[in-house]
Design a protein around this ligand. Structure first.
Ligand SMILES: [Ca+2]
Length: 222
């Protein structure tokens, strides 16, 4: 009987310890709950300062302090990995072969400016997406000159090849955010053989020379 009595006391003590532990656990939970609004306030503060941080990231990039990652999902940038401004070509005697800081313009129609890095064949365009710096458009050599144009009330990023004889083609990309391509179009003239008429197309559909020239002027203002 004594043993059982002692066991009962021991069990009661054990139960008390358990209860004590539980009540001990409750406190941190309350504290955790109380901390949650503080944590979300901190996050809000971080996101509200992101607008200013885009310019900071652009500045850090042109100072060579941070890399820009190649946005591989973009149709108008080749390769992968990241780019450091200090590793880009620089030729003091030829400014057209030198990468240099350009203007900041809203090129992707999201109300925030992107950074243009002027350089060979149009250089490259950088955007801050979710707080990270990306190259979302870049020149592809003499068959892929990079530019932009304001047409039909939006900004279009343009890849052009007008450097080869008998060929004048332009691919247009409309973004809403540097990682969100929403529309594209093409305008081309091909005339490879002197004894054949030139072929003009808009989005691969045949158009007349007059229509081509009119569109060319409307889009490029020239
Ligand atoms: Ca933008």
């Amino acid at each position: 009987m004594k043993k059982r009595y002692i066991s009962a006391i021991a069990f009661a003590c054990f139960f008390l310890i358990l209860t004590g532990c539980n009540s001990g656990n409750t406190k941190p939970e309350v504290e955790t709950l109380a901390e949650t609004p503080v944590a979300s306030e901190e996050i809000e503060t971080e996101s509200s300062s992101e607008v200013g941080s885009a310019e900071q990231l652009f500045e850090q990039f042109v100072n060579g302090e941070i890399d820009a990652e190649i946005l591989t999902s973009s149709p108008i940038v080749e390769g992968e990995g990241s780019i450091n401004f200090n590793d880009l070509d620089s030729d003091p005697e030829n400014i057209y072969m030198t990468f240099r800081e350009g203007e900041q313009i809203d090129l992707d129609n999201d109300g925030e400016n992107e950074l243009i890095i002027d350089g060979p064949y149009g250089g490259m365009y950088l955007d801050v997406i979710d707080g990270n710096l990306y190259v979302f458009a870049a020149a592809m050599g003499n068959a892929g000159t990079l530019s932009y144009t304001y047409y039909d009330d939006v900004m279009w990023i343009v890849i052009s090849d007008s450097t080869h004889a008998g060929r004048d083609y332009h691919l247009f990309y409309k973004f809403e955010g540097g990682d969100n391509l929403v529309d594209s179009m093409s305008l081309m003239m091909e005339n490879y053989y002197e004894d054949e008429d030139a072929i003009y197309t808009l989005n691969d559909e045949s158009i007349t020379e007059e229509e081509f020239l009119k569109l060319h002027e409307e889009i490029f203002g020239e």
